[in-house]
Write a protein that binds this ligand. Structure first.
Ligand SMILES: Cc1cc2nc3c(=O)[nH]c(=O)nc-3n(C[C@H](O)[C@H](O)[C@H](O)COP(=O)(O)O)c2cc1C
Length: 392
């Protein structure tokens, strides 16, 4: 399998699957080492404060089994720092190694997958994994295509957060739509004030109640809901992003679109630009004497011009598909027998992925921004841009 590292200079590599460890239970191995997720963050500067609690706080947002909207799978998502951190919880500059054991990997759950290991579940990645890995494809809980994989990203993203915090850069994700029910406009301030105030993490508290009732109704029907997650990055300096292939908007898209179940991304007015006139779409710049900076009267661009950050809030919206596992009968194919068949899965699942995906989006956006800072700083150190232009 290729493609398990994200980033160019600040790089996070992850490994681990949904039920890894379930086949590795032996008396001479401590159960934390049966299997699970590993994240290695490379490019961490020395002297950054990093404690297990800081990483745990991010993982706890994503972990399953916290509310009626999550999968009932009981994973503690306990993180252990294995390397790169020494006395007083300060990084040494060495790669930071993080381990998150899988603990809820009982035979009963593995056998639920064994019973239909050759049958592709509609909406899941099994068909394409069979195409690429044949009969060796991981059949327990979707392997690397499982949402469980994203715990490694969140751990890596927590390392990026520790570094971005020292620069005053804040990234916040929240839910703005579920199954067609929309929240009102959400400012950065409202998102901060109401962060995680309900199970869906929707800052419009009234709309959240309606969304949650609707999700529970759909769940009772054996079905699942899609939705929209929004992410704001505040305090991002202008000038991040390298034309042409490593524009910051492009590397953020790369990170976001690599998360399972995300089907679309837009920045600022996004697809809304398609129905605008140029005079409506353009964000007019002005010179703000007080700050000595060029600012913009509106932010339809979502914080970018030419894919480079323009100093405004970065605003991202992502479309999350409904959880593919549903309780309803669906037709599909048995890949071993090459027979059409019917499937009615009984495995654990989330009725909506939105409340578990926003922390993963935060993590990917943080990694992309931090990586872009390294690239921009490295480039400007050599390119020698005069201070007059750089400080705008
Ligand atoms: C955090 C997270 C949790 C997920 N949990 C589940 C789940 O419980 N059940 C499920 O069917 N899919 C779940 N998924 C979605 C599948 O992983 C994903 O839809 C599948 O791998 C197919 O990939 P695609 O939707 O990108 O095509 C989850 C995804 C994420 C990011």
């Amino acid at each position: 399998m290729l493609g398990n590292t994200f980033g160019r200079i600040f790089r996070v590599t992850t490994c681990g699957e949904s039920y890894s460890g379930g086949f590795n239970k032996k008396e001479d191995i401590p159960k934390e080492l049966y299997g699970g997720l590993i994240a290695i963050a490379d490019g961490v500067p020395p002297g950054i404060r990093l404690t297990p609690a800081m990483i745990q706080a991010e993982l706890d947002k994503r972990k399953p089994g916290q509310s009626k909207l999550d999968s009932p799978r009981k994973e503690t998502d306990r993180v252990y720092i294995f390397s790169g951190v020494m006395e007083d919880s300060l990084t040494t500059g060495a790669p930071v190694g993080l381990v998150i054991p899988n603990v809820d990997i009982e035979e009963i759950h593995i056998n639920q997958y064994r019973d239909y290991k050759d049958v592709v579940r509609p909406g899941h990645a099994e068909f394409t994994f069979f195409k690429k890995y044949g009969e060796y494809a991981d059949w327990v809980g979707a392997g690397r295509a499982s949402g469980r994989e994203t715990a490694g990203r969140v751990a890596g993203g927590a390392v990026a957060k520790a570094i971005l915090d020292t620069m005053g850069i804040d990234v916040i994700g929240f839910v703005v739509e579920s199954h067609g029910i929309k929240a009102g406009p959400v400012s950065y301030e409202l998102a901060k004030a109401n962060y995680r105030k309900n199970e869906l993490n929707c800052p419009d508290l009234e709309a959240a109640g309606v969304m949650i009732d609707d999700i529970m109704k759909v769940k009772d029907e054996g079905d699942t809901c899609g939705g929209i997650v929004e992410i704001i990055a505040k305090g991002v300096p202008s000038g991040l992003g390298e034309p042409v292939f490593d524009k910051l908007s492009a590397t953020i898209s790369h990170g976001i679109m690599s998360i399972g179940a995300i089907k679309g991304i837009e920045f600022g007015a996004g697809f809304g630009h398609a129905v605008m006139k140029g005079s409506e779409s353009n964000d007019e710049p002005y010179y703000d004497k007080e700050s000595g900076k060029v600012k913009f009267k509106t932010n339809n661009s979502g914080g970018f011009l030419g894919g480079i950050s323009n100093g405004e809030e970065i605003r991202i919206r992502v479309a999350v598909k409904p959880t593919p596992t549903i309780s309803l009968r669906q037709s599909t194919v048995n890949m071993a027998k090459l027979e059409n068949t019917i499937l009615q899965p009984i495995t654990r699942r989330d009725p909506s992925l939105c409340p578990r995906i926003y922390p993963v989006c935060e993590a990917m956006v943080r990694m992309a921004i931090l990586d872009a800072i390294y690239m921009a700083k490295g480039y400007s150190a050599v390119a020698g841009i005069s201070e007059k232009w750089e400080k705008l």
